[in-house]
Design a protein around this ligand. Structure first.
Ligand code: ADP
Length: 469
């Protein structure tokens, strides 16, 4: 089957979070399984686009209101990724050194219209259009109801929800951004008085899935306003747990880390990476190293870290290191904590792909006290790199991490509270002292299979199910 993935992010071109990792991996694994998958995304002004060559394969313009935005479809010339990669270049709107800004509705609506104009040329070859998150959420609607895209009606659409918190809302006053359609269908775009691209995609896509089974169930109770919609559409909804790209996330070949290692020499390999982290950030190599990598947002529970870390370090001899950015107040509190607990706590406020790999490789424990976690990739990278995860049992974390007391390999807690996180960290401290059990668990977690093969097959089954509709 010929599957086109449409996304705002794709690793290694442009990454903000897990969406990029998934869109950078799934097409590759689909191709390995005999499918023909490709990706189309915006052309941003980022390192990847500066360092690679592209050829123009299509030129046209998008008209929005009285504005006319010329665009080109570019195709990556080299083999930096293992699928055909197309990029929409709309210089005025998309060619920025960032992926997201405060109001992206015009940028991503133009991206989606441009994508569909180009898709029309290839409509006879395409079997499935696969949209990811709200940035591509208008596509299933436009393919069904916009007059100019009428010839795309019969192509099945799939929506994957990577994060339902963000829905791409914009006001009805801006409805003219969407190409002309019969206004009797306007209800399909609306949710609660706004144009809601994620809701529109849930209503109009032929199939909808989340990136873990538990997250789909949780969304029926808590989906930032879309609970009843997801319950109503349950018949076409499912959950498929993400895999990880084992060619990128592999301790034996990872070029970011300070020392590569295998399961058999993980003790020395992990120690070398931990030593680099501790030397570089002034931490004690001999204490257990707790870490966090991610966006500093409410969903991730990171607002509790300043209190958790402060209290924990007053009670226990441990090292803590955090990599992330986001909420300004949390960033400021963490920066202040660096001075208070100098030698025990440090943080890199920002985004650093290489450093994230070294942390997975060098840490003893990785914290994920998320309030919401659609899948979570960090815990899987962490396991593969021999770092024991400490997670709140929710969403994808619930589907991947079994507590050590239940014969598993991680530390789980029920709620995102200071006490729950500290208790789980305390249990981890005790476990760390039992060197034999600790090392045995490390070996065990490095051998768990999280590869994409299984998930890719589930997506193929999903695409197959669309054939006879
Ligand atoms: P989300 O998509 O909700 O942010 P995921 O767990 O699905 O969370 O994916 C997060 C991805 O982003 C992982 O690859 C993680 O290593 C990476 N990441 C998050 N924050 C940073 C950061 N500050 N620096 C480097 N990598 C980061």
């Amino acid at each position: 089957m010929n599957i086109l993935h449409i996304s705002a992010e794709c690793y290694p071109v442009a990454k903000v979070g897990g969406l990029a990792d998934v869109v950078g991996a799934l097409p590759k694994y689909l191709n390995e399984a005999g499918q023909e998958a490709s990706v189309i995304m915006p052309f941003y002004d980022v390192t990847f686009t500066q360092q690679h060559q592209f050829e123009t394969v299509y030129e046209d313009a998008v008209f929005i209101g009285s504005d006319n935005y010329k665009f080109q479809v570019l195709k990556l010339k080299d083999k930096a990724v293992k699928f055909d990669l197309f990029l929409i270049d709309i210089p005025q709107l998309l060619f920025k050194d960032y992926v997201y800004s405060y109001d992206d509705s015009l940028r991503f609506t133009a991206f989606q219209i441009a994508t569909l104009k180009w898709v029309q040329l290839h409509r006879n070859k395409l079997d499935v259009i696969h949209c990811h998150d709200h940035h591509t959420g208008l596509i299933p609607f436009m393919m069904q109801y916009c007059y100019r895209f009428e010839n795309l009606k019969s192509i099945p659409t799939v929506l994957t929800i990577h994060n339902a918190q963000y829905q791409g809302w914009f006001s009805h006053e801006r409805i003219d951004m969407i190409p002309e359609f019969d206004k009797k269908h306007i209800g399909l775009l609306d949710w609660d008085g706004s144009i809601n691209p994620l809701a529109a995609a849930i209503k109009c896509a032929w199939r909808v899935n989340t990136v873990s089974p538990s997250y789909m169930e949780e969304l029926k109770q808590n989906a930032n306003g879309l609970e009843s919609l997801l319950s109503h559409e349950a018949a076409k909804c499912s959950g498929i747990l993400n895999g990880i790209d084992t060619t990128v996330w592999n301790t034996e070949t990872d070029t970011f880390i300070k020392k590569q290692f295998k399961v058999t020499n993980n003790v020395s390999g992990k120690k070398a990476n931990k030593k680099w982290l501790c030397d570089t950030y002034g931490l004690d190599l001999n204490k257990p190293l707790f870490t966090f990598i991610g966006r500093l947002v409410y969903e991730k529970g990171s607002d509790l870290f300043p209190v958790v870390f402060d209290e924990f370090l007053q009670e226990y001899k441990a090292s803590i290191f955090l990599l992330g950015s986001g909420d300004t107040e949390t960033e400021q509190q963490l920066t202040a904590l660096k001075e208070k607990h100098s030698g025990s706590f440090n943080a890199f406020i920002g985004y650093d792909e290489a450093l994230s790999h070294i942390i997975y490789a060098g840490a003893d424990f990785l914290l994920m006290p998320s309030r919401v976690e659609p899948c979570g990739l960090n815990q899987m990278y962490s396991l593969t790199y021999g770092t024991i995860p400490i997670v709140r049992s929710i969403g994808g974390l619930k589907d991947t991490i079994v507590d050590i007391t239940d014969g598993g390999f991680g530390f789980t807690h029920m709620d995102t509270t200071v006490d729950d996180i500290k208790n789980a960290m305390h249990r981890a401290m005790v476990f760390y002292e039992n060197t034999t059990a600790f090392r045995k668990t490390r070996k065990r977690i490095m051998m768990i299979d999280h590869s994409w093969d299984n998930a890719a097959q589930q997506y193929i089954n999903l695409y197959d199910s669309l054939k006879n509709e």
